[in-house]
Design a protein around this ligand. Sequence first.
Ligand code: G6P
Length: 614
Amino acid sequence: MCGIIGFTGLKQAAPILLEGLARMEYRGYDSAGIAVVSSDPPRALQLAKVSGKVAGLFEKTQNGAAFPGTCGIGHTRWATHGAPTETNAHPHVSMHGMFAVNHNGIIENFVPLKQELLAKGYTFKSETDTEVVAQLLEDNYEGDFQKAVEKVLSMIEGSYAFAIVCRDDPDTLFAVKKNSPLILGKGEGFNLFASDVTALVEHTREVVYMEDGQYAKVTPDSIELFAEDGSPLPLVTSHVTLSISAAEKGGYEHFMMKEMMEQPEAVERTISPRIKDGEIVLDDFSLTREQLLGFRKIMITACGSAYYAGLAGKYAIERLCGLPVDVQIASELRYSDTPIDDRCLLIVLSQSGETLDTIAAVKECKAKGATVLAIVNVVESALTKLADSVLYTWAGPEVAVATTKGYTTQLAVLYLFAVYAAKVLGRLDGEAYASYIRELQQLPEAVRASLKLDCDMENMAQYFKDAQHVFYLGRNTDSALAMEGALKFKEISYIHAEAYAAGELKHGTIALIEPGTPVVSLCTNEALIEKSLSNIIEVKARGAVVTAVVPAGVPVSEEIRGYADRCVEVPALRDIFASIAAVVPLQLLAYHVAKLRGCSIDKPKNLAKSVTVE
Ligand code: G6P
C-alpha cells in the first residue's frame, strides 16, 4: 500500500531512489514518482511522475541521470484518493514549489483543511489528500523546515508515513511515521529511509525502526529522532542480516516462482529451530502455562490468505487442544459483537504485520480483554508491537503479491502451536506427542516433494486456461485449502474461481456446473475420501471435468482415480497437517495458468501486497 523512500548524501539520489522503488513495487504499482533537489542553480525540486510501473520512471529520468542532485524522495503508489493518473501520482509539490511530499496512508480531515487552503487562494492539481499536506507546509513555512513540519503534524488526522523535502533546505529530509511503516538507514556520508528494509539493505545494514508518532530529521551526516511533542529521542539501532539476494529474483522469471521454490527452506527455518530433543521449544513465546490453561476460547483473525491459513489452523487446534476456535475475517471482526473477554486468546496472522483491518481488529479485541498472539513474518512490524506474544514465520521477504511461502509458514507455526499447546494443556503426551513431532519435522521434505509436481501442473494448466469458472471443493481441512486454492487461482489468472465445502455444493451452486466445467476436488483427508468421492460423482454426472488431489500411496486414492479425469498425488500426511504440502500444486497451477494467459503474475491488477487502508 505505497512504498516511500528518501535519500540524502554524497551520491546521486535519483538512481538510489529508483532502485529502492523497484524493490518496494509490490506495495503498490499503479503510479510512481520522484522529486530531487537540483544540484545546479537555480535550486528547484525536479519532479518526474508516471502512471503505471516504476519501469516507466526509469525511462522518463534516463535511469535517474536526468535529475542531478544528492537529496530526494520517491514513491510507488496504490491509489486511494484519486485515480492512478500521472497527476495524482506522488510526490505532490506545494503551489510555489517549496515542498514535495510522499505519503503512505490517509489524511482523514483533508476536506476541511483543503477548503481553508482554497479560501486562502491555494490551487490544487490533484484529487489527493497528500497535496493538502504539501500546501499546508508551504502555508506554515517561515524559513524553518522543522517548525513547518511540526505545525502541520499538529493539524492533520489519519494514518501516514511521509517523506518530505524542502527546496530551501537542500540536504535535509523529514521522515514521519504514524500507522504506516518507516525504517531509517544509517550510512557513511549519507542517510536514507524507506517503507521496507529491502530498499535499504543494499546501502546499509544499520537501521532504526521508527515507532508511531515519531518523526526524524535526516541529513547526510545525522539522523535526529523526535517524539510527537518534539522532544528528542535516542536512536536505537538494529543490525539487519537479510541478504540482498533474498529480495531479488535470483534467475527466476517471477518472484512468485522463486518464493514457491523457497518453501521447503522457509518451512524448515520456521519449524526446525523450535524442536529440540524431541520437544517443541518456543523461545519467543511469552505466554505462561497458567495463561494457556486459563483460556476458554481461541479467536483467530486475519485477512486474505492469512485468514485461510487461520481456517486450516482451526482444525488442528480444535482437534489437539479441545478448545473452541472461531475464525473471523479481520474487517468483519472489528465491527462485530462477537463476545470476547479476558479468557480469550486472539491469534492474529499476518505476513506483513501491517494490514490495517487486522490491526484494527486486534485493537478492538485487546480492548475487550483478549490476550494477543501474533504470527507475523515482517520483523518489528506494527502487529508485533500490539501483541502480547509474537511467533515469527521465518519466510524471509515475500515480494510477489500472491502469498505462497507466507501462507505455508503460517500453517507451520499454527501446527507447531497446536501441538505445543496440546502438550501444555495435558492433552498430548508420550508416543502420541512424539509422533506429531516426527511429522512436523517431515513437513519441509513433504513440501519439497510437492514442488516436484511443477511440470505436471504446467501441463495441466492448458486444461484450465480458457475456463470461465473453476470450482474448488473439499471437506473439513480440505475446505479451508480449497479457499486458498481458489484465491490463488483467481487473483493471478483473473479466471473466476470459487471454493465450496464439498457437501454444500448441492445446495445451490451445483446449478453452475456445466459440461466441461473444471472442478478441483481436494481429497487429502483420508477419513473423508469416500464422502469426497460422492461429491466427485455428483459433479461428474453434470459434465464437470474433475482434477483430484489425493494422498500418494493410499489405497483409497485408487477409488478416486477411477472417477476423476486427472489425479495429482501429494505426500500423504496426517489430515490436520496435509494442507501445507497439498497447497503447493494449487499454487503451481495458478502460476502456470496465469503465465499461459500472459497475466502480470507478481503484480496482479488492482491488488497490493500490504493493505493499509480499510
Ligand atoms: C493482501 C495480499 C494477500 C494477503 C493479505 C493479508 O490482500 O494480496 O496475499 O494474504 O493482503 O496480508 P497480510 O500481510 O496481513 O498477511
